[in-house]
Design a binder for this molecule. Structure first.
Ligand code: HEM
Length: 491
């Protein structure tokens, strides 16, 4: 197609969207090497690649991976069409299934069509507001325990600590009182999953059937986890139905109740238990780690949050979160700047038009919260952590001076911010995660002050947005008077 010359022109002048294609509605495909396409750019810095593409080539841009066409969509209106208005013309497609199918099976995350719809309907109630509020207890308890394990002046890797925290919370929310007994099996499986999907290890790129020691461990431990879940299900059935099946007290109870009314078979039930454990804990851990890192880096705003949570009657309860706008802004802004899911994928099941461009059926469409959350068209000073932009009363201090906060949330397109995806397939754990991040942060900041140690956070695109290095903060447990730091005069 003579693309090399044309792409070179495009790089020189991004405004010239020549594609060398007879069809003018085909999206531009700048850059890229013959055969390899954009693999080199994606492999070295996928996040930067998405961000640059969005900034210079607009809302829908083509890229190639070893000759396979993909389309990066960063226009919020087009994202809304994909996720909401035309969601039934897309499926998740083969890419996530190839990568995660062996782990998540046919559970909610990977299911398609009617199978997905039935599962989602059956599981929904576990994430209703009042049910999620019941998980507030473990969310606060585990944060309290973490805080108690640190001494004044300790340097803590908040990514490691948050991973342990989020895992404990999810295991307990899933298994309830059975968690103590099964802790080791669940932990061993989690350790092997982390090892298996660690993109820094070359062996992670080998198929799971290749008998490397890590793969063998992974298969053995995952099988043990699945068999443990089956045993627990059998025990619960033997114990008889809960008095009120609509109010099972943990996620496994909801899944058992759903299976018992025929909404899913027992294989799906186990797939979903594994899905919740693994779709939910790394993402939440990253959200928490980035929130704590960002707050350590913005001491005046941290004090504003500390003041807010210190004013609560005791450790926070889910209902208190409504009274904590600064805390909520701190979390929402961390999820903007460092969305734990940097991108996710869809495949149109029929040809579609996006942003005026023709997109064929079956290609990979990439939606990138990372790129959209850092787009200057929607975000003022996008690379800076500025939780004030979420608050009606605007900036917290003179450092922002004339620099007014970004447009109010309602004034920017809805899909300029989508850390949890959107439409009918949005993250089912969103309410759980937002509650967890805020309860954990509040519980910690009622006891601790955080000081920055890691100066420049660098992140890499693995399956999720992972930190490239440990994320270190120093914890101060001595109760420094909050009155000393007035956010209106510091920073
Ligand atoms: C900050 C934390 C989290 C983030 C940023 C996040 C992000 C996302 C995103 C972007 C999607 C949509 C993917 C797509 O459309 O392809 C998703 C789906 C999903 N998430 Fe989360 N998630 C988080 C926490 C959780 C938690 C705590 C759970 C479970 C307890 C969970 C379970 C799921 C499941 C099961 C799906 C698939 C839903 C479906 O397809 O119907 N997530 N998540």
């Amino acid at each position: 197609m003579g693309e090399t010359t044309i792409r070179a022109d495009d790089e020189a002048d991004p405004g010239t969207e020549r594609t060398g294609d007879a069809d003018p509605t085909r999206p531009p495909a700048p850059g890229g090497l013959p055969l390899l396409g954009n693999v080199h750019e994606l492999a070295s810095d996928a996040l930067g690649f998405y961000e640059r593409r969005a900034a210079t080539h607009g809302g829908v841009v083509r890229y190639d991976v070893f000759g396979t066409e993909s389309y990066l969509v960063t226009d919020p209106a087009a994202i809304r069409r994909i996720l909401v208005d035309d969601h039934d013309r897309y499926e998740k497609g083969s890419m996530p299934r190839d990568q995660l199918g062996g782990l998540l099976g046919d559970g909610l995350f990977l299911a398609e069509g009617d199978d997905w719809r039935e599962q989602r309907t059956a599981i929904r109630s576990a994430f209703f507001r009042e049910r999620v509020a019941e998980y507030g207890g473990p969310m606060v308890d585990h944060a309290r325990r973490a805080a108690a394990s640190w001494d004044d002046g300790d340097v803590v890797d908040v990514h490691a600590a948050a991973t342990e925290y989020a895992f404990d919370v999810l295991a307990e929310s899933l298994l309830g009182s059975d968690v103590e007994r099964e802790r080791e099996t669940v932990r061993a499986a989690a350790e092997s999953v982390t090892e298996r999907f660690d993109t820094r290890r070359l062996t992670s790129f080998l198929p799971v059937w290749v008998p490397t020691p890590a793969n063998r461990r992974y298969r053995r431990r995952l099988a043990a986890l699945r068999s443990t879940i089956r045993d627990l299900v059998a025990e619960r059935r033997a114990a008889g139905p809960p008095a009120n099946p609509g109010a099972a007290d943990d996620l496994l109870g909801t899944l058992v109740a759903a299976a018992d009314i025929g909404a899913m078979d027992d294989d799906r039930l186990v797939d979903n238990a594994v899905t919740f454990l693994f779709a939910g804990h790394e993402t939440s851990a990253l959200g928490l780690a980035y929130t704590l890192y960002c707050l350590a880096d913005r001491p005046a705003f941290q004090d504003r949050v500390r003041r807010e949570v210190a004013a609560l009657d005791g450790d926070p309860e889910p209902a208190d979160l409504r009274e904590c706008p600064a805390l909520t802004a701190a979390v929402d802004e961390a999820l903007r700047l460092y969305p734990p899911v940097h991108s996710f994928f869809r495949e149109p099941t029929e040809p579609v038009t996006l942003g005026g461009h023709r997109v064929p059926a079956g290609v990979v469409v990439t939606l990138s919260p990372w790129a959209v959350h850092r787009d200057e068209r929607w975000w003022d000073d996008p690379e800076t952590y500025r939780p004030e932009r979420w608050l009606r009363d605007g900036p917290a201090g003179p450092a922002h001076g004339d620099d007014a906060p970004g447009p109010a949330v309602g004034e920017r397109p809805e899909y300029a911010y989508f850390p949890f995806g959107g439409g009918p397939r949005h993250c089912i754990g969103m309410r759980f995660a937002r509650q967890e991040l805020r309860l954990a942060t509040a519980t910690l900041l009622r006891r601790l002050r955080l000081e920055p140690v890691t100066a420049d956070l660098s992140v890499r695109a693995s399956a999720n947005t992972r930190p490239a290095e440990p994320v270190r903060v120093r914890v101060r447990t001595r109760d420094e008077s909050l009155e000393e730091t007035d956010p209106a005069v510091s920073e």
